[in-house]
Design a protein around this ligand. Structure first.
Ligand code: GLC
Length: 431
């Protein structure tokens, strides 16, 4: 390692994010007024909807079946260890009882603080709790509209000469973050979204914001969307603790400029929308999600898998079905996910490796023909077990492998994989 590239900042961040990088798998929850139009969370912007056009949803919002304990159980049974709920999305609607606005769930027919119930329920089920907070606010009168890139009233002549006091908006933003991190007990993640154009860094007064965040919740971890450069050796105070690549798994994982691994979390939708979209039935399969989780872990990252509850407060059945199937696989194989990361061995042709110290996990996707090859592992493995049931997997040097003396082979004893989603073999490395 070069001189002092393991900076105090780097080491403190690794310590602060240890629970997160061990957890590997969380639930993202996008929920709010947009669940009524049911065309995704950007509906106001995409359809240039005025506040007046959107107002009926505020007057109507009444999630009669909201039961966050059920959400938490679904997350826990899927093998998720933490969750992040949209406390306020870009439309400015607050799911929490903010004293700084009337635009909140307590003033709708819902009539209660939905964040409070979420935090209590997920803590009760033993999960860590995160809150997503939008830096954008299309409802606040001091958030620029006409010249903005995303505001629903962008380019609307009626807004051309409207005056905004952006410093008053920043005061509101900081005040609400203070409410969220003061009034709901221990919060483990604050997930800001998002910086764009010149709206980044100190435009949000991000240094002051992060100092306050860390003063209120000393162990909290922060995403990197305040606009800093987390990959720098000397990142800004507001660069955050983890990267959050969206709808993509970074091909090579995430490293800083010194080539050191950084915590990261791929946030992925189950269909193609974050917020509830009734027509979007394009759901990923359990196999896709299982293999995506393994891919993230094999590259040293996490997966934050999204659900978009409907206006009644129900997670869609299609989402619950996928979560349940993923949970069955996790129940048998989570040792190959939790606390694991990138292996010292190159990706094998039949699947992927994850590793946790002396435990190497072979995730076999492609049965292939004959004995399964573990390149360069001959003499390095003490024993192998099928992770799902602990049964012995014999280490072999079959007659037809004489030309590959450095390699180890195993025989699964069948042309079919025990688990077509992902058959996991636990190898004890004799390091
Ligand atoms: C994008 C979307 C936003 C969503 C976020 C999740 O920023 O605009 O709606 O909350 O991704 O990562």
């Amino acid at each position: 390692m070069g001189d002092n590239i393991l900076t105090d900042c780097y080491l403190e961040r690794q310590k602060r994010t240890k629970w997160f990088t061990d957890a590997r798998f969380g639930m993202f929850i996008h929920w709010g007024l947009y669940s009524i139009p049911a065309r995704g969370e950007w509906v106001r912007s995409k359809e240039r909807m005025s506040i007046e056009d959107y107002e009926p949803f505020f007057k109507e919002f009444n999630p009669v079946n909201y039961n966050p304990r059920e959400w938490a159980r679904a997350a826990r049974n899927a093998g998720m260890k933490y969750a992040v709920l949209t406390a306020k999305h870009h439309d400015g609607f607050c799911l929490f009882d903010s004293k700084l606005t009337d635009y909140k769930a307590t003033n709708t027919p819902a009539g209660k603080d939905l964040v409070r119930e979420y935090v209590d329920a997920f803590h009760a089920e033993g999960l860590k709790v995160g809150l997503y907070y939008s830096l954008l606010d299309w409802h606040h009168e001091d958030y620029p509209a006409y010249s903005d890139s995303h505001h629903p009233m962008r380019g609307n002549e009626n807004f051309k000469n409207k005056k905004h006091d952006f410093s008053r908006y920043i005061e509101y933003l900081h005040g609400q973050v203070k409410e969220l991190l003061s009034n709901y007990g221990k919060i483990d993640i604050i997930w800001f979204d998002f910086s764009y154009d010149d709206n980044r860094g100190e435009k949000w007064e991000a240094s002051k914001l992060v100092k306050m965040v860390r003063s209120l919740q000393s162990d909290i971890i922060i995403d990197n969307r305040l606009g800093g450069n987390l990959r720098s050796r000397n990142p800004e105070i507001y660069a955050g603790d983890f990267e959050c690549p969206e709808q993509i798994i970074p091909p090579e994982g995430v490293l800083n400029e010194d080539g050191l691994p950084l915590p990261w979390e791929a946030c992925i939708t189950l269909n193609n929308n974050w917020g509830y979209c009734s027509k979007d039935k394009d759901f990923k399969s359990p196999k896709q999600i299982i293999r995506a989780i393994v891919e993230c872990v094999s590259k040293g990252g996490n997966m934050l898998l999204n659900v978009g509850p409907n206006s009644k407060g129900e997670i869609p059945e299609e989402s619950l079905k996928v979560l349940s199937e993923v949970g069955k696989w996790m129940k048998q194989n989570s040792k190959s996910v939790y606390g694991c990361g990138k292996s010292q061995y190159a990706k094998p042709e039949w699947g992927r490796y994850t590793q946790n110290g002396k435990k190497l996990y072979a995730h076999i996707y492609d049965r292939g023909i004959g004995p399964i090859n573990f390149k360069g592992l001959n003499g390095k493995v003490a024993k192998a077990r099928l992770l799902s049931d602990g049964s012995e997997v014999k280490l072999l040097k079959p007659w037809n492998t004489g030309n590959y003396p450095d390699d180890l082979f195993i025989e699964l004893g069948s042309q079919k994989l025990p688990d077509e989603n992902d058959t996991v073999i636990e190898l004890d490395l004799d390091l």
